[in-house]
Design a binder for this molecule. Structure first.
Ligand code: C2E
Ligand code: CA
Ligand code: CA
Length: 728
């Protein structure tokens, strides 16, 4: 379509240059005419005529820039020039108006029309003949003789009159405009309509109506003349005009139309275009509306998807936090409860029953929380097996929290085993901090939850002031830790290890201390767990390792006595692929023989991440480091570990020793551990030796080494060196 328009225009342009010439249309040669008496009377008395004209009937007559233009006024100008009669134009809109205009004497003529109408006017000889194409539905049999219903635009009286006169068996269906007329044909409300080629080129496009076409070999030619009122004018006026008209060549409809179209006299403005193409516009608007709706729906789906957890269909953490913050802000005077709920050791469910069953269990938990809190709070599925709840702090909601902690969740809904649920709760009231960081309160709920101990580790726990103080302390430490490390505020203390046989120093353990500028010396129990949480322990450990190696290297260079020093390995190194390599590089850098450093790995690592811990042990062993298993007997020690792991030394936990004083059973166990380890070539050391009695017990049990306050406390480097150097 887009292409055909310019092609048609170019074609018309060339064609018009050939055919169209000013003279062929405006042949203004004055004829020599003789007039009747009646005509002469009319000429003398009707010097000025009021002519009805339409202002919206391009290209026949239209109103533009304050004047009437188009084929009819052009032709009338021509007549006016020849006859000396002046025409003034009076606009009209419908044929109903004609009667009142004529009878009231407001008009004397109609610029261009066909036929007479109810004796009101008579029409001159035609000055042009308009060709109307017959538009009908495809495959419809249309002929002149058959009765048809014709859709005719209400303003087109020429067409109406013509049909009345020439096709009396056709019936007329009035329409608002030509587009309406086509639509009526398309929708079978009418059989045909009549349109000029201008209509087809400028106003309507048949392409959009699949069922409609131009009927070939069937055009209706309607002669158009000047209608002269029989109310206000004598018929002599009409015959007078006739004499001018018949002397002129007929205006060629095609040429005239071409002239108007090619000269671009008329360009339908946007508004008219919209009216004329209202179907297209409605379609476009419809599509735009559908698109907007689709985008809106999609946006909503995305928004909801972004806010929901795909598994449980509950809110996700982000949405939950946002809504919780909003609730808090909207009820500044109310207290709330922020809670975190999880299943103790949920990993085991996944490991034993598979992810599918694990997921079903989570959905079950989500549904149960929903049931408990529906309408009384908001809830979400956080990450893993964690669920979040936020509700107003009321006795009823505290009771609901208790219920949540007692959730009866069963794996696969069949087993009798009820999963242990932990709920940590933190009361929240509105203040500046809560507004900016509500996640801090979720962290607190989690802290409260993590403090739940017992069997089988379930229940509910509220965040306390003591926990808050600890948290504040930790936050404080956290903000200065990096600077402190750069400022060498971390010190290494050495605690000697003694040979139980001869009471001589046989080694030492490096233990870190934090020499805080205002808080004094802080022991690792107060910061190592925090640094393990935030990962900073990795830096601290390597700092310790380097300090120890520097010391060893110096003593080796000074040819002083060197004893093996053991260093602690945090669980944070477990999953680091570079840990052992980095350690080895450090040892190489300071030229330290591997047998003077020993790495202590705590037994508790093995209960959580067995595989990674075993791998780390073997990695270290591969690089010839000496390995010690620390805190043996503090947790669920497995004797199998001793068999499986490349351990050089077994360090018996101090807690074990504490009980040997009173308990025969403990003594037997320690004795057995020592004897067994010795049998498989693992050296034994006992830490936390505080008394002579303990020392004696260990000695008789065959333990190799001892470490503890009985011998020496952890001490600064200088002291340790002095002790070592002065030992006889
Ligand atoms: P650990 O590895 O079990 O270290 C032994 C702890 O027992 C040390 O506490 C030591 O001072 C203490 N101790 C020694 N003899 C006795 C005794 O006779 N009686 C009692 N009651 N305690 C004794 P410390 O130095 O406070 O260290 C605590 C824990 O901090 C260490 O336990 C270790 O797990 C961790 N830690 C210390 N330094 C480092 C380090 O450089 N890196 C890492 N990752 N952890 C470290
Ligand atoms: Ca240790
Ligand atoms: Ca230990």
């Amino acid at each position: 379509m887009k292409r055909t328009i310019p092609i048609i225009f170019i074609f018309l342009l060339i064609f018009s240059e050939l055919v169209y010439a000013e003279g062929t249309i405006y042949n203004s040669a004055a004829p020599e005419i003789a007039f009747t008496e009646e005509e002469q009377y009319a000429i003398d008395n009707y010097k000025e005529l009021k002519v009805l004209i339409k202002g919206d009937s391009y290209p026949f007559s239209y109103y533009e820039n304050g004047e009437y233009k188009g084929i009819y006024p052009d032709y009338l100008d021509n007549i006016s020039e020849l006859s000396g009669i002046k025409f003034t134009y009076v606009p009209y809109e419908s044929d109903e108006q004609i009667e009142s205009y004529f009878t009231l004497g407001k008009a004397d003529a109609i610029a261009g029309t066909y036929g007479g109408w109810q004796g009101l006017y008579n029409v001159t000889e035609p000055y042009t003949i308009l060709e109307y194409n017959v538009i009908a539905r495809v495959n419809e049999d249309i002929s002149k003789d058959k009765p048809h219903t014709v859709a005719v635009s209400g303003t087109d009286i020429a067409v109406k009159n013509y049909i009345f006169e020439h096709y009396p068996n056709w019936s007329i269906i009035p329409c608002r405009n030509i587009n309406d007329a086509i639509k009526k044909v398309n929708s079978k409300k009418a059989d045909i309509t009549l349109l000029t080629s201008v209509d087809l080129q400028t106003t309507v496009s048949l392409l959009k109506y699949k069922n409609v076409k131009v009927v070939e070999d069937f055009s209706v030619y309607i002669p158009i003349g000047l209608a002269v009122s029989s109310v206000s004018c004598p018929d002599g006026l009409r015959t007078f005009f006739n004499k001018f008209i018949i002397c002129q060549p007929l205006w060629d409809n095609e040429d005239v139309l071409r002239h108007y179209i090619l000269n671009g006299i008329y360009v339908p403005d946007m508004f008219e275009f919209i009216i004329a193409h209202n179907e297209i516009m409605i379609l476009i608007l419809g599509i735009v509306l559908i698109l907007i709706t689709a985008i809106f729906i999609r946006w909503n789906i995305l928004k909801r998807a972004a806010a929901t957890d795909s598994l449980t269909k509950l809110w996700n953490r982000e949405k939950f936090m946002k809504e919780a913050a909003k609730k808090l802000k909207d009820h500044k005077d109310k207290g709330f409860l922020m809670a975190a709920l999880d299943v103790e050791r949920f990993k085991l469910v996944n490991d034993r029953f598979g992810i599918e069953i694990g997921n079903q269990t989570l959905v079950q938990i989500g549904n149960k929380i929903k049931k408990i809190f529906k309408g009384n709070g908001i809830y979400a599925h956080g990450s893993g097996d964690e669920f979040l709840i936020f509700a107003m702090d009321t006795p009823e909601n505290r009771e609901r929290m208790n219920k949540a902690a007692e959730l009866d969740v069963k794996i696969n809904n069949t087993t009798n085993y009820k999963l242990p649920i932990k709920v940590g709760v933190c009361p929240v009231t509105y203040n500046d901090i809560t507004e900016n960081d509500i996640t801090a309160y979720l962290d607190r709920a989690k802290i409260a939850k993590s403090k739940i101990k017992g069997h089988p580790d379930n229940g509910i726990n509220y965040f306390t002031r003591k926990m808050g103080d600890k948290l504040n302390r930790e936050n404080e430490l956290q903000t200065i830790m990096r600077k402190s490390l750069e400022n060498n505020e971390f010190l290494i203390y050495y605690q000697p290890k003694y040979n139980l046989e001869n009471n001589k120093i046989i080694g030492a353990e490096a233990l870190v201390r934090w020499q805080h500028p205002t808080k004094g010396l802080i022991s690792p129990g107060d910061f190592v767990p925090l640094f393990e949480k935030n990962g900073f322990i990795v830096d601290v450990d390597f700092y310790v390792y380097e300090c120890v190696m520097k010391m060893l290297s110096r003593r080796i260079d000074q040819k002083k006595r060197v004893v093996p020093v053991s260093m602690n390995v945090s669980r944070c190194h477990l999953n680091s692929p570079t840990f052992t390599l980095r350690l080895e590089e450090l040892a190489d850098k300071y030229n330290i023989p591997k047998d003077v450093i020993e790495m202590e790995i705590t037994e508790s690592i093995f209960s959580d991440e067995d595989r990674a811990a075993i791998k780390l042990m073997y990695d270290l062993k591969k690089r010839n480091f000496t390995l010690s298993m620390d805190d043996f007997g503090s947790g669920y020690s497995s004797l199998n570990l001793l068999r499986e792991l490349p351990i050089d030394t077994l360090k018996i936990d101090k807690g074990f020793l504490e009980t040997t004083d009173e308990s025969v059973r403990s003594r037997v166990i320690v004795e057995e551990i020592i004897s067994m380890a010795t049998k498989i070539n693992i050296k034994t050391i006992c830490e936390g030796v505080e008394t002579e009695q303990q020392r004696d017990f260990l000695k008789q049990a065959g333990c190799d080494m001892a470490q503890g306050f009985f011998y020496a406390r952890p001490m600064p480097l200088e002291e340790f060196e002095e002790l070592l150097d002065n030992e006889k």
